[in-house]
Design a protein around this ligand. Structure first.
Ligand SMILES: CC(C)(COP(=O)(O)OP(=O)(O)OC[C@H]1O[C@@H](n2cnc3c(N)ncnc32)[C@H](O)[C@@H]1OP(=O)(O)O)[C@@H](O)C(=O)NCCC(=O)NCCS
Length: 226
């Protein structure tokens, strides 16, 4: 089971100018939000807090359950306790993940380990692919009609995997490979756990999800908050 959430930050006021907005999220998130200097960064961070709170509440959990793994992945710690204790609250939530870029904050929840990434598909830094992507990934970009789109498709797929595993940037970019298949993309070589992918576009954004087990996703099946 995969559920997607989305907030367009243009629907949010600057949290610094609107205390009611800040009060929607837990004190730790409030502190994080107000540390940002730019209004849009504050809005994206607030949006992340709002989506996390919604996902936790949908699973009968409070923000008090929120913890961060070794590499910074937000996790609901209480879930593991619930499962061990044989309770049902929160038992269907395996994990969740958040990503933000440009106008959007997106979130995903799943009954398995999950990661996601969104990027605006403009001005691709192609030199990153030359230095850090696998040879087959570089070839996919070089032979694509739209290199910006090809780069950001692979970038978001790779980052969604790094975020699903929780390793983040501690997982070297060329230690695992994303390969094109007849139906989409799949994990090639990897030192980490298996991952299954879906990628989609809306406006000029590319959004990818990686889940620990195979899954279906209808295009643009977002729950829009606000
Ligand atoms: C986690 C990471 C991989 C993603 O960072 P990012 O792309 O800048 O940011 P995103 O908007 O996609 O995701 C940020 C969110 O991911 C979550 N996150 C943080 N660390 C995480 C981790 N180790 N695993 C999973 N999720 C993580 C947080 O919820 C964070 O949002 P918050 O700080 O508002 O709570 C980060 O380690 C990073 O440094 N990325 C650098 C980008 C890069 O070079 N990517 C190469 C891809 S080819």
């Amino acid at each position: 089971m995969i559920k997607l959430y989305r907030i367009n930050i243009n629907a949010l006021a600057d949290p610094l100018q609107n205390e009611n907005l800040l009060e929607q999220v837990c004190p730790e998130r409030r502190k994080k939000v107000i540390r940002y200097l730019q209004p849009d960064d504050r809005k994206r961070s607030l949006g992340a807090g709002i989506i996390i709170k919604k996902i936790l509440e949908e699973n009968g959990l409070s923000e008090g359950c929120l913890k961060y793994s070794e590499n910074g992945k937000p996790v609901a710690d209480h879930l593991h306790f619930s499962r061990q204790a044989g309770q049902t609250r929160g038992a269907s939530l395996g994990s969740f993940n958040i990503s933000h870029a440009g106008d959007y904050v997106v979130g995903v929840q799943s009954d398995r380990e999950v990661g996601c990434d969104i990027e605006k598909a403009v001005n691709a830094p192609l030199e990153i692919a030359s230095h850090y992507f696998c040879p087959s990934e570089r070839k996919y970009i070089e032979t694509a009609a739209d290199q910006d789109k090809a780069f950001f498709t692979l970038w978001t797929l790779k980052e969604s995997y790094m975020k699903m595993t929780g390793r983040g940037m501690s997982l070297p970019l060329d230690s695992f490979e994303i390969v094109r298949t007849d139906t989409g993309f799949a994990l090639g070589k990897s030192p980490e756990k298996p991952g299954f992918f879906r990628t989609m576009e809306f406006e000029n954004y590319i959004f990818s999800v990686c889940n620990e087990s195979d899954f279906t996703l209808n295009q643009n099946e977002f729950f829009d908050i606000l």
